[in-house]
Each structure stands twice: as structure tokens, then as C-alpha cells.
Design a protein around this ligand. Structure first.
Ligand code: AMP
Ligand code: GLY
Length: 426
């Protein structure tokens, strides 16, 4: 099979690394890829948002399956365009990618299909939102720009003053562009966050093991939110019984709802959850693998991901064979100085060739500069470790992190700490 992977971050490195291991893969490309991906497959210089460029390439090269990493091309309709050309893709069509592309759409769907989520109101006019806030007296509240905002369009407000400022940021100053044309105001949920992803062909659902992201930049969840500073899988907060509840009350109803709406969802559905005392509730949907969650989940499949993706694209996921490696995985993200505001890049990275058993280094923002590999983005590397326990996997990951150096490198030292706390209390 000839396979094209779209994207150029750590998630896509993990995808390419796994797909290239499939005996069925005869040729694999990645657009645009990065310096690490270039070590496993052939990179082509087409941006992940260049829908027509990607379609042209897939046609010319007679690509058998396109696997889409990031949300932007999905929301822009890359899968629809590929299918129009008779090409096969793994990922949702534009109408199904709305689940991530519009928070107002997602909230409305959850409300109509009784899928547990925070209470909310949607506003299309700033004046109406302001009037609502002026009479509201229960805080914190969460204000969310409706559209795609690279994970930055969510503002948690402790009082009315902060909420009015956030309203202006989103709807008046348009900090997130058109994403702020519509505003969702949501109740604040208390609990522990975790993620459940599932592969689906629109009807059959294959839930993946649980994982947990670390969104904040600093240790102890302090500082600004990022795309994710680390992850581990499985997440002990989701035990067997909780998993069954999530399948029953969230995964199955969501896939059913999308099908009933004529928006059958094919691809990876990512449910960002808050595990509250009242049960699991949806914080957000994504329509793709999480990054860095993919860097702990993809390695844990004992089986052929290419088979799973192809079966999902063909609507016969029930026939895919696979099992999970029981060993936990922990991924630590190494970031550039200045991230997430404005990352400083171009620094040479040392120590990438040193081997540490049970680890793998996935490249995010890296580029080749002559014979050196240099930093080229905010999240530079995702270092994944495996072990018989989360503690052992974490120790492997940090042992590898310590062999890698670049100027101003920032990483959190507490990835996995919450899981270990929870396991210690059991
Ligand atoms: P989202 O992109 O909607 O997942 O929001 C980003 C982050 O904001 C989440 O991972 C949570 O940490 C936080 N968040 C979002 N919505 C809520 C909510 N209703 N209650 C508490 N925290 C929230
Ligand atoms: N790590 C969270 C995300 O990929 O959206």
C-alpha cells in the first residue's frame, strides 16, 4: 500500500513510525513532515493546510490511503475532496469534523442527545453575552471561542470582571479571529481530566486505552495552557467500570448522534473528559489523535495500525485484529524557550543519537540545517518511555530526556505524577 500521512508534529512522527513498520506499507510519504520523520519515511514539501496540493499529490502518486493528523485539513474538507477524486482517507469528512470545528455545534448536539457535558449558553452577539454576564453571579465560568483556536480559545474566569474582559478578547478584539464570531459560556466543572479516543468507521467503535495530557506549561499545572507538555497511558482515574460508563454514556451516543444527523463520523474521535463526582462529562471533542497523547497510544497497539486505519476507512472496522501492549507509556515534551507565547527556534539539538532502552524520541518542531538537527517550533521533541509500571515508564522517559540538550530547553519534571498519586492512594 502507498500511504500519505498529513502533518508535521510529534503525533505524525508516531503515525509514520508505526505505519512504516506495517508489512503492507510499500511506500510512505509525510507532508510536510519534519527532521525526525525524514528518518523513517519520505517527506514532501506540502503544507498540512494545502488541501488542493495534498489532493493533487495523492492523485499523482496513486496513494491508497491518506491518514490525516491535524484538525485544520479535516475541518477544511480534505477527506471530502480526496473521496470526490475516488481516493481513500482515514479521517472524518468536513460535516463530521464540525465536532471540533464548532464548539457551539458540539454543545448543541450533546444537549439534544443527552450526552453529559457542562451546562452552557451560546451567543452570536457580544451585547447579549454582556447582558447575560451582568446578571450572572456564580463563578468560575468558562468562556470559549466557537471555532478553531489552536487550543487557546478557552478562558476560565473567576469573576464578572474577568468574564467581561474575556468576552471582549474573544468577540470584540477577535484575538482568535473568526473563531470568536460565536461564544460559548459554560459552567465550570470540577474533577480530574482524562482523554478517551476511539477509532470508528461510523458504526463500529474501537475504544483505545485511556490517556492523560498535561496542558499547563509549568509543574503542578501552573502557568499558561499549551498544546500539551506530556502524557501517559493508561490513566488510572479511568478504571474498568468508568470505561464502561464512558462507552455507554458518551462514545456510543456520540457516534449514534452523528450518524442520525447524516454526519457519520469516521476516523479518531477524541473525547476530552472531566471525571466529576457526578460521572464523566465531555469538555471537548477533537476529531483526530491528541498530540502528545498519540505518542503514548500509538506504540501501545500490538498489531498493524495500517490495517486498523484501512478497515475504518472501508467501514469494516469489526474485522480488524489487534491487541494492546499492557505496558504503560509516558511521554515528556521538550519545548523551546518562549513557548507557548513566542518560541525561539534555530538552536542545534545535541544527544539525539544516544540510546536508552525502552524509549523512543518523536520529533515535533525540528528541521535539518546542513548536518545538524535544529529546533523549529514550540514543542520540539516528545520522549516516550515504556515500562512495567507508570513509574518505570516515566523513569525511562526522563533518563532519555537527560541525554538530550538544546539551549533554553523547557520540560516539566512531573509528568505522570497525578497517576502515581492516585495509584499510591489505592
Ligand atoms: P477545551 O479546549 O474546551 O478542552 O478546554 C481547554 C481546557 O480548559 C480543558 O482541558 C480544561 O482544562 C479547561 N476547561 C474547559 N472547559 C472547562 C469546564 N467547563 N470546566 C473546567 N475546566 C474546563
Ligand atoms: N493534547 C491535546 C490535543 O491534542 O488537543
Amino acid at each position: 500500500m502507498r500511504v500519505l500521512v498529513v502533518g508535521g508534529g510529534g503525533r505524525e512522527h508516531a503515525l509514520c513510525w508505526k505505519i512504516a513498520q506495517s508489512p503492507k506499507a510499500t511506500k510512505v510519504w509525510c507532508a510536510p513532515g519534519n527532521a525526525g520523520i525524514a528518518g523513517v519515511v519520505e517527506c514532501v514539501d506540502i503544507g498540512a493546510g494545502d488541501v488542493e496540493g495534498l489532493v493533487r499529490f495523492a492523485k499523482e502518486q496513486r496513494v491508497d490511503l491518506t491518514v490525516v493528523g491535524p484538525e485544520e485539513p479535516l475541518v477544511k474538507g480534505l477527506v471530502d475532496r480526496l473521496e470526490e477524486e475516488g481516493l481513500r482517507a482515514f479521517g472524518p469528512r468536513k460535516s463530521a469534523a464540525e465536532l471540533e470545528g464548532s464548539k457551539a455545534f458540539a454543545k448543541d448536539l450533546m444537549q439534544r442527545y443527552l450526552i453529559p457535558t457542562a451546562g452552557f449558553r451560546t451567543f452570536r452577539r457580544a451585547e447579549e453575552a454582556r447582558r447575560y454576564l451582568e446578571t450572572h453571579d456564580s463563578y468560575p465560568l468558562v468562556l470559549k471561542a466557537d471555532g478553531l483556536a489552536a487550543g487557546k480559545g478557552v478562558i476560565i474566569c473567576r469573576n464578572a470582571q474577568e468574564a467581561l474582559a474575556a468576552l471582549s478578547t474573544i468577540m470584540v478584539d477577535k484575538r482568535f479571529g473568526n473563531a470568536g464570531d460565536t461564544l460559548v459560556i459554560e459552567d465550570f466543572l470540577v474533577g480530574e481530566e482524562a482523554s478517551i479516543m476511539a477509532i470508528t468507521d461510523g458504526t463500529n467503535i474501537l475504544p483505545l486505552p485511556s490517556s492523560q495530557d498535561h496542558k499547563a506549561l509549568g509543574e503542578g499545572d501552573q502557568g499558561p495552557n499549551t498544546g500539551g507538555m506530556g502524557a501517559y497511558s493508561p490513566a488510572p482515574v479511568i478504571d474498568e467500570a468508568m470505561m464502561r460508563q464512558i462507552e455507554r454514556s458518551i462514545l456510543v451516543p456520540t457516534i449514534h448522534a452523528m450518524k442520525s444527523e447524516g454526519r457519520a463520523f469516521r476516523g479518531v474521535l477524541y473525547c476530552g473528559l472531566m471525571i466529576t463526582p457526578g460521572g464523566p462529562k465531555v469538555l471537548e471533542y477533537n476529531v483526530r489523535f491528541g498530540d502528545p497523547e498519540a505518542q503514548v497510544l500509538l506504540p501501545r497497539l500490538d498489531g498493524d495500525w495500517l490495517d486498523v486505519f484501512t478497515s475504518a476507512a472501508d467501514g469494516r472496522l469489526d474485522q480488524a485484529a489487534f491487541s494492546w501492549d499492557p505496558r504503560p507509556a509516558v511521554c515528556v515534551v521538550m519545548a523551546s524557550p518562549g513557548y507557548p507565547a513566542k518560541a525561539t527556534t534555530g538552536a542545534p539539538i545535541a544527544g539525539l543519537d544516544e540510546e536508552v532502552a525502552d524509549t523512543v524520541v518523536f520529533h515535533g518542531g525540528t528541521a535539518r540545517d546542513g548536518d545538524r538537527i535544529v529546533t523549529a517550533g514550540g514543542r520540539v521533541l516528545g520522549v516516550t518511555g515504556f515500562g512495567d509500571s507508570i513509574a518505570a515508564a516515566r523513569d525511562r522517559a526522563y533518563a532519555r530526556v537527560e541525554t538530550i540538550r538544546f539551549p533554553g530547553v523547557h520540560y516539566r519534571g512531573d509528568i505522570g505524577a497525578k497517576a502515581l498519586d492516585r495509584l499510591a492512594k489505592k
